[in-house]
Design a protein around this ligand. Structure first.
Ligand SMILES: Nc1ncnc2c1ncn2[C@@H]1O[C@H](COP(=O)(O)OP(=O)(O)OP(=O)(O)O)[C@@H](O)[C@H]1O
Length: 223
């Protein structure tokens, strides 16, 4: 699905690189979590995958055009802003030039949010808002779903629902998932493996490697 070879990148095009000689192959149906300290280049890597940035050297090959992106959720939607969930998603449908309007309700059904179609986004909880953003990303029927910190600012019960949803899209629909994670437990429970960024370098870690070397590789005392 994704093949990254010898990728190096810096914003000013010259060394030192933020990402240096990164190699990563992600297979169809994989669920991979990208971990790393603040400023380690996780978002930069995602922007490169989304072709918002160009590598300084190396290549990124992605074997699908059908990519759904769920950006980091931000607080503070204006609950009085007079746009319903349905209208918001329908607008996105039009932007994607999808003729079949039933896709809006189908995408809400996929995330179990059909009952909220007439609600205002600002009136939903953080977890519910995140489900709507996942529904939006699902509208293009993606084969690859890229998420930026899917559980940031979301209460524990809703986090559980969000990860159940992402995991079921991965397992039941075969969607490849790439998620930037700060939620270590979610990364350990849901991912097939972890890609860890540190000092510009990338390291693939199996879940077992990660658990065994946790203290050393992540620099945390405990989960
Ligand atoms: N547009 C930009 N121009 C110049 N430097 C940038 C730009 N965006 C990010 N950087 C720098 O690139 C480095 C990597 O940033 P990036 O946002 O990719 O890290 P991150 O791992 O996603 O961090 P965080 O966990 O804090 O979101 C940082 O040093 C950051 O300051």
């Amino acid at each position: 699905m994704i093949n990254i070879k010898n990728l190096s990148f810096s914003y000013n095009k010259i060394p030192p690189y933020i990402l240096e000689n990164i190699n990563l192959e992600i297979k169809k149906g994989d669920y991979v979590s990208i971990l790393g300290d603040n400023g380690s280049g996780k978002s930069t890597l995602i922007k490169l995958l989304l072709k918002l940035l160009k590598p300084c050297s190396g290549t990124i090959q992605i074997n699908t055009q059908k990519i759904g992106y769920v950006p980091q959720r931000f607080e503070g939607f204006n609950s009085q802003f007079p746009v319903t969930i349905y209208e918001m998603l329908n607008c996105h449908r039009k932007a994607l030039k999808i003729k079949d309007s039933s896709i809006v309700l189908n995408s809400l059904l996929k995330v179990d949010m059909l009952n909220y179609k007439n609600s205002l986004i600002g009136n939903l909880s953080g977890g519910q808002q995140q489900k709507i953003f996942i529904a939006r990303a699902m509208m293009g029927n993606p084969e690859l779903l890229i998420l930026d910190e899917p559980s940031t600012g979301i209460d524990v019960q809703s986090q559980y629902e969000i990860y159940s949803l992402i995991k079921s899209l991965n397992t039941n629909l075969g969607i490849t998932v790439v998620a930037i994670e700060h939620n270590l437990n979610a990364a350990l429970v849901n991912s097939d493996y972890i890609f860890k960024l540190k000092n510009g370098k990338g390291q693939i870690l199996s879940i077992n490697d990660y658990k065994e070397n946790f203290q050393e590789v992540m620099g945390y005392a405990s989960i």
